[in-house]
Write a protein that binds this ligand. Structure first.
Ligand SMILES: [Zn+2]
Length: 273
């Protein structure tokens, strides 16, 4: 597969290099000023004589009329898909500009889950693995171990994974056959359509699809611990890698915004699953 171009987007405050620190620079200056934001590391590993961190952005809003909703957003598991990484950081920046939208939420964003792949522009990690086939299979890959520990400790109510597909014709998502996922993805794809069309093909990435929704999924993808009950909503959102970088970021931020806005209406439903 051809890796997507990583374009400069200085006007958006996005990184123009494959340096995770540069990607996070727009948030780094805010962390000391804003009580809603904390920046840290989910964990690190040594490779090639260097320490590599999986950065973690935590955002917490004021109380709302419901229990705290914990959402995990994961980007860059494939290192050659920097659009999701930039979108995750920009989504955090936008929420900080309108913190009322964070009410009742605790968002944990992992913008660079494959740090060596991000720096190299490679899909695989430093160990040569496709990390999105390694989850809950006793993987030895440090990125997977770090993320599995986060997923187990935080017991998210919702998990959103951001990806880029350089063979598709528009935005689409995986519902994994769950009704709640479908109910959240449909409006998210509609919101994203303000920037990029939906992939309308009947087969996407080898799976049967309808209106940009795929029910099936690969095995070993990033997901909640198998024994977590109730299982969270669990969405994979894909943008077309051949589209302009900025439009992919815009479409992803629009989808994330939609999911966060829509989900509180489904809490009662989710608890019944
Ligand atoms: Zn991917």
């Amino acid at each position: 597969l051809i890796s997507s171009p990583h374009l400069s987007a200085g006007s958006l405050g996005l990184a123009d290099s494959r340096d995770p620190a540069a990607l996070l620079a727009p948030l780094a200056g805010l962390a000391e000023l804003r009580s809603e934001l904390s920046l840290g590391s989910a964990g690190s590993f040594q490779f090639d004589g260097q320490r590599h961190d999986l950065p973690r952005i935590s955002l917490g809003g004021p109380a709302a009329g419901h229990d705290l909703i914990r959402i995990g957003i994961f980007a860059g598991l494939h290192g050659d898909e920097p659009e999701g990484c930039s979108a995750a950081v920009r989504f955090a920046c936008e929420l900080l500009m309108a913190p009322c939208r964070l009410a009742g939420f605790e968002l944990t964003i992992y913008p660079v889950t494959n740090p060596v792949g991000y720096q190299r522009g490679s899909r695989i990690n430093h160990g040569g693995k496709d990390l999105n086939r390694e989850f809950w299979r006793s993987s030895a890959q440090p990125e997977v171990r770090i993320l599995e520990a986060e997923l187990a400790a935080r017991q998210f109510h919702g998990i959103i994974s951001l990806h880029t597909d350089d063979t598709c014709e528009g935005v689409y998502g995986y519902t994994q056959g769950h009704t709640l996922n479908e109910a959240l993805l449909k409006p998210a794809l509609e919101a994203a359509a303000a920037f990029l069309p939906r992939d309308q093909r009947a087969v996407i990435d080898g799976f049967a699809a309808s209106e940009g929704l795929i029910c099936d999924c690969f095995q070993g993808v990033l997901s909640a611990p198998p024994r977590q009950t109730p299982q969270p909503f669990d969405l994979i959102f894909e943008t077309p890698g051949r589209a302009p970088f900025d439009l992919q970021v815009d479409a992803t931020v629009a989808a994330l915004t939609s999911i966060i806005r829509t989900y509180p209406g489904f809490i009662a439903y989710a608890q019944d699953l």
